[in-house]
Unconditional design. Structure first.
Length: 233
């Protein structure tokens, strides 16, 4: 039997509180996502003290570590609930919503600032992408970003209302920089320097946090080479 401590909040204006639940693992492959699903499937959900409890609000989609929807803070570390196996933890697991974004309810947060940044930085192709062979590995790696927000959660420089947009925009920007023609790089490199390079403190706290396993060092090196040192691929 394990205990799940969940930081709950009825809505963004309500006071947060901790609520404790118990769960008996069914298989060795049980994840936190399967626990949350099982708890909400109970006909009359009760906490560990026998008190009635409202369904736990959280987000999920693929449950295969491909979409990033179930990102939350688990035992102090941002991760995907579908990738957090119970066997990795002790008998008590603390679960909280991501703290860099406004809470909607319980473990649900509003991550729209990430997508707004992508729009403001105009991270799309206006013409056919550059198909240079040496640009493809970094472009492919950058395309694997889940936009989950885990990297922003641990970044000491990112604030939702700040100029620095963090790796959540730096990674897709790397893909665009690697593939657009050199004649179109001027505005994109200017945006990269302003919203990424000048704001990054190089702490690399995001280095080992990415659920997709992106090589942050390589991505930054390639982007800096293109946008700052003008060594185009």
């Amino acid at each position: 039997m394990i205990e799940i401590l969940i930081l709950r909040r009825e809505n963004r204006n309500a006071k947060p509180y901790w609520q404790r639940f118990t769960y008996e693992p069914q298989t060795s492959d049980d994840t936190l996502a399967s626990v949350l699903t099982a708890l909400n499937a109970r006909e009359d959900l009760q906490d560990a003290d026998g008190n009635p409890a409202a369904p736990i609000r959280w987000e999920c989609s693929c449950l295969q570590k491909k979409c990033g929807a179930c990102a939350m803070v688990i035992d102090g570390r941002p991760r995907l609930a579908c990738g957090a196996r119970l066997s990795e933890f002790k008998k008590t697991i603390r679960v909280e919503p991501l703290r860099k974004f406004p809470v909607v309810a319980d473990l649900m947060v509003d991550r729209s600032v990430m997508f707004q940044n992508l729009k403001e930085l105009q991270l799309w192709f206006e013409s056919e992408a550059n198909g240079k062979d040496k640009a493809m590995p970094i472009a492919y790696q950058s395309s694997r970003c889940l936009q989950c927000g885990c990297c922003l959660e641990v970044c000491p420089n990112f604030r939702p209302d700040g100029k620095f947009t963090g790796m959540a925009s730096a990674v897709p920007m790397t893909r665009v920089l690697a593939q657009i023609p050199d004649t179109q790089k001027k505005e994109m490199t200017k945006a990269y320097r302003l919203h990424v390079y000048e704001g990054c403190g190089k702490s690399l706290s995001c280095r080992n946090i990415c659920p997709a396993g992106l090589d942050i060092d390589e991505i930054l090196l390639n982007s800096n080479a293109i946008a700052v040192w003008k060594r185009f691929l």
